[in-house]
Design a protein around this ligand. Structure first.
Ligand code: RUG
Length: 822
């Protein structure tokens, strides 16, 4: 769809005086405060209201344009959207950041201080939710008609603190302060059924005796860069279907009268804090169905408003992307509506579904692939379970039978319903299989991952449908991840390669390639290095404030920020830090540069080993940071409550990016892209998108180490005993023994036992096998650091070579190969 050029940059027409007037108006008329009483928090809210007003106006215009053009729309269904703070990013996207800065300055306030007052909405766990947010930004920037659908959780991901080095969790009631972005849309509310039973009436299935809840939509405007298109992120909040029971209210039984409401409200209360590990709880299934059912009903209503009641053209106008299997129940839900409410026969309904749906797989981890007990689905969604059986029957007895005639073993292997392994076990519904069978395309999120999806996760599906499984490598939005978080670097790029029209790298990240010509240029290197240093100085102040640790901006800032999971191997980083410390204790005059190891990570509250790793890192940090003998050559900091707004401060300040997962386990990673884009050097395994990053930057500009996917498979096949590695590597043995000794936590000597046991008792994630190669890679990093010209050349080459990893490219790939929209 083309941009409406006549109205392009409507927001940009606002100058600083008009903005200041609007801010004052909102201070007085929306917030009821006088300018003299207002502090940064009030200014933040007033400016947000100004931007919201703009956003709403542009949403309306976008809707009109889309209605006229009748183009296909994509609906991105995701249980998580980790949007981060919105005000600064919206100002940048709308092209009014500098006007806002000036307006605020004229009012006597500093915009940077004001922006710090925004709560960071934590409506996601990690990479999957942040990807969804980058995708919304790109869909809008590319002027594609799109809606994001998700849940307006009352409590986002928990707030993390540390007590004695251990993780503590507290609720994050993020909306309680103030959230001007979400706009309630009561006219578009939905009524959703649950439980009940299915009967037959006049030859048709009827879902009866159900319980009902309401879905109230909250719309968040999604701005794009350099366009007047503003899309909508529609987040559902659950409410009780019936209001107060007035009679019991009158009798003073207030709590009773509200009991139904409290249950219904529970549905959108909390985000499950698990990354790469499903919760398996009834409430989680209800959450999934709740947001899916609201969204499907909403998009069908929109289709009918725009195209009339006949659904024949539905698939031409609607594309639905399932972000992981979390929204997979959408397949039987759309089938139910088509068959039971629209009188469409099963085979036609299935072919509509297959044209409409596509599914993104984000993991190969067996424990992360969702399966629901058949009994649970039957209880909560009885009609859907029937429809899943119908789909499965058709799939096995028509399609699998045609491919492998008479092969019952194959039918058992591919069945959407998994038979119990042991007598008395439960039948489970494999949501990934349901998603594959119900979609026309299935994509992995990096080239290596997608090839493993074909060869090891779904080989038979790939044989049956050779064109169905495809790759779309992830990407990140350069607007948030350079322009907004690293403004000095953005200006340097602008002054070097231009910023107007076609030259604007913010819209076409491949333009950065032109920076490669300057990688060797001493003057450019000097400017690039100065920007990094400024970012490090600013970040050092954040560390001082949050951790009370002094770090030198002249040290190597080596960063690992991501969820805490054994496959991501923060424990490998930890073992190496312990070894470095020991080396320094043995020889305090060792000729090594100063190094700061920086961590940020939340562990799922029930994940014991992950929490042990956090505890151990914090205890090592305490010891190292307070040991004068090593003369500040080593520091370790674990930033509490890692989240998007902290990532925005850490990434521009990083020198080294740790991407050290066991090969084959990290589907893609997106942090790896953000770091390289901001000029950090990667130390990483050949895993996920690291493989493609290495291809882009060249082998000399990345520190690759460790076993490959093939070597991991071969080692497992041969059999592996971690004790052998432990006994043959004296340094490694010494640090593991130290960890096990209780010395780091005298009041609880066995505190780190779960970690030691997981390393020596199997080492499933092959931490010990990769240890020496990792340590050697770090030695090479130090050698490179000692040659500043080489270091900055490598850093600049990394930044300049990241053109491929814009989420605009990912979305263009989706639009072409999956949504048929380009
Ligand atoms: O672990 C993956 C990351 O490798 C990937 O970059 C990200 C976005 O595709 O998704 C993460 N992920 C996978 N989060 N949850 C899952 C499984 O549900």
């Amino acid at each position: 769809m083309s941009v409406n050029k006549t109205e392009q940059y409507a927001a940009k027409k606002l100058d600083s005086e008009q903005l200041a007037e609007n801010i004052k108006r909102h201070l007085q008329q929306s917030l009821g405060v006088d300018q003299e009483e207002a502090g940064p928090a009030e200014y933040w809210e007033a400016l947000s209201l100004v931007v919201r007003e703009l956003g709403l106006d542009l949403i309306r215009k976008t809707r009109h344009k889309e209605r006229d053009e009748k183009a296909r729309r994509v609906y991105y269904l995701s249980l998580e959207f980790l949007v981060g703070r919105l005000l600064g990013n919206n100002l940048h996207n709308l092209g009014i950041y500098h006007q806002a800065e000036e307006a605020m300055a004229n009012l006597g306030v500093n915009l940077t201080d004001v922006l710090e007052h925004e709560t960071d909405p934590a409506l996601g766990n990690g990479g999957l939710g942040r990807l969804a947010a980058c995708f919304m930004d790109s869909l809008t920037t590319l002027d594609l008609p799109a809606f994001g659908y998700g849940i307006n959780y009352r409590f986002g991901l928990f707030k993390q603190g540390f007590a004695g080095g251990k993780q503590t969790e507290s609720p994050d009631a993020w909306r309680e302060e103030s959230c001007p972005w979400g706009i309630e849309r009561p006219k578009r509310k939905q009524r959703i059924k649950l439980y009940g039973r299915v009967t037959e009436r006049a030859g048709k299935a009827a879902w009866e005796d159900t319980q009902e809840i309401l879905g109230m939509p909250w719309d968040v405007p999604v701005t794009g860069y350099g366009t007047d298109t503003v899309n909508t992120l529609r987040l559902w909040e659950s409410r009780a279907a019936e209001g107060f029971d007035l009679s019991s209210f009158d009798e003073g039984r207030y709590h009773e009268s509200r009991s139904g409401e409290i249950q219904a409200e529970n549905v959108s209360q909390v985000l499950y804090p698990n990354d790469n590990h499903p919760a398996g709880k009834e409430l989680r299934l209800i959450q999934q169905y709740f947001f899916v059912a609201c969204s499907i009903a909403d998009l069908i209503a929109r289709y009918k408003r725009e195209n009339g009641d006949n659904l024949d053209g539905f698939a031409e106008k609607v594309a639905i992307q399932l972000n992981d299997t979390h929204p997979a129940i959408a397949v039987p839900e759309l089938m139910r509506i088509l068959m039971d409410e629209e009188d469409i026969v099963f085979t036609k309904a299935l072919s509509i579904c297959r044209e409409v749906f596509a599914y993104t797989n984000h993991t190969l981890l067996p424990e992360a692939l969702e399966k629901w007990p058949q009994n649970l689905i039957t209880k909560v969604l009885p009609r859907h379970m029937q429809i899943i059986h119908m789909i499965n029957y058709h799939f096995l007895h028509t399609e699998v039978e045609a491919q492998w005639p008479g092969d019952n073993n194959m039918k058992r292997r591919l069945s959407i319903i998994e038979e119990p392994e042991r007598p008395g076990g439960q039948q489970m519904v494999r949501m990934a299989y349901l998603s594959v069978v119900g979609s026309h395309k299935v994509n992995g999120v990096a080239a290596l991952h997608s090839s493993l999806v074909k060869s090891s996760l779904f080989p038979e599906f790939n044989e049956m449908w050779p064109d169905k499984l495809v790759n779309v490598t992830n990407g990140v939005t350069p607007r948030r991840w350079v322009d907004y978080c690293n403004p000095e670097l953005a200006s340097l790029i602008d002054e070097t390669i231009g910023k107007d029209g076609e030259a604007d790298w913010r819209k076409d990240l491949t333009r950065l390639d032109a920076i490669n010509a300057y990688a060797d240029d001493p003057a450019f290197q000097k400017k690039f290095a100065a920007i990094k240093r400024n970012n490090k100085v600013r970040f050092a102040a954040v560390v001082k404030e949050l951790c009370n640790v002094e770090i030198s901006p002249d040290a190597i800032f080596d960063v690992q920020i991501k969820r805490l999971h054994e496959y991501k191997r923060q424990q490998l980083n930890l073992l190496h830090i312990m070894a470095l410390y020991r080396r320094l204790l043995e020889n305090p005059d060792l000729d090594v540069p100063q190094r700061v190891f920086i961590f940020g990570a939340k562990a799922a509250p029930g994940y014991k080993v992950a929490k042990t790793i956090i505890h151990a890192i914090n205890r090592v940090a305490e010891r190292v940071n307070n040991d004068r003998r090593i003369k500040d050559k080593l520091k370790v900091v674990f930033l509490p409550n890692y989240r998007v707004s902290l990532a925005e401060k850490i990434i521009p300040a990083a020198d080294v990016s740790e991407q050290i997962s066991t090969a084959g386990f990290e589907a893609s990673g997106t942090g790896n892209m953000k770091f390289a884009l901001n000029g950090a050097l990667t130390v990483g395994t050949l895993d996920g998108a690291n493989v493609e990053i290495a291809e882009e930057v060249g082998d000399d500009n990345i520190f690759i180490f460790g076993l490959t996917v093939e070597e991991v498979a071969e080692l497992r096949h041969r059999g592996y005993n971690p004790e052998d590695v432990y006994n043959s590597n004296a340094e490694l043995k010494a640090v593991i023994d130290w960890l096990a000794s209780g010395d780091l936590c005298p009041e609880e000597p066995d505190a780190f036992r779960p970690l030691v046991d997981s390393l020596l008792g199997g080492d499933y994630f092959l931490t010990l096998v990769d240890y020496q190669a990792y340590s050697d890679a770090h030695d090479k990093i130090v050698e490179t650091w000692k040659k500043p010209e080489l270091w900055w050349k490598t850093a600049i080459t990394n930044s300049a070579s990241m053109g491929k990893f814009s989420s605009d490219r990912s979305i263009t790939d989706y639009a072409k190969t999956i949504w048929n929209m380009a």
